[in-house]
Design a protein around this ligand. Sequence first.
Ligand code: BTN
Length: 249
Amino acid sequence: MSESASLPSPYKLISLDCIDSTNEEAKRLAQDGAPEGTVVWAREQTAGRGRWGRSWTSEAGNLYCSILLRPDCHAFKAVQLSFVAALGMAEAVSSVLPKGAFVNCKWPNDVLVEGRKVSGILLESQTVPLGGMDWLIIGAGLNIASFPEEVEFPATSLLREGAKNVTVEMMLETFCLRFLAGFVTWKKLGFQPTRKAWLRRAAWIGKEITVRLEKETLKGEFKDLDSDGALILLHNGDERRITAGDIFI
Ligand code: BTN
């Protein structure tokens, strides 16, 4: 057990040295009835997972955590929380980098520093009949000390980007606090404040991008983020609303 980080109420922190995946552990706890605000943090993961079934390199020195939520809303709205999380992570990253460092959000929920990926978010959920949420897990990985070299999209770490005296504990606390502030705003005011703040940090708005979907690849202009968090792509003169995929430039 590692016990050197602390989170304020309503968080309940579970600190582990090593686990298969913090998302998996959070899921197990969710199935056993753990409350909203449970945070699973591990120093290492043996089976860290990324989006689209990819693996997530998880050696000690980086941040791996999962926040369990039980939002009282329909699943399509709960997806908005991945933007709340990405924004919270972008703010946490910005707070430890030299002034002027470019910290952007890449759709749907990556955080980039100077165009390289420093953090990724994996959202997993279980719904109840009629589309409400039983649980939602927000898994966040942040490269602090190291980053993978052999990846499709270039990666980086906080240390490489000039962060000094940064610890995993500090980043866990800062991320969770920023997320909590965004979550409270989202519950009170809906998605609009998050959407606007995310757009201010968005990478490649107005640019020609390539969107890789499950079964096709599209090219077009990244026009907007809609009121549910979908990407609006101007493709051959038509607006396409995209809810899942990966984007490239
Ligand atoms: C991605 O960009 O593909 C998402 C990566 C998410 C990685 C985090 S690390 C903590 C949590 N546990 C996991 O197994 N995955 C997420």
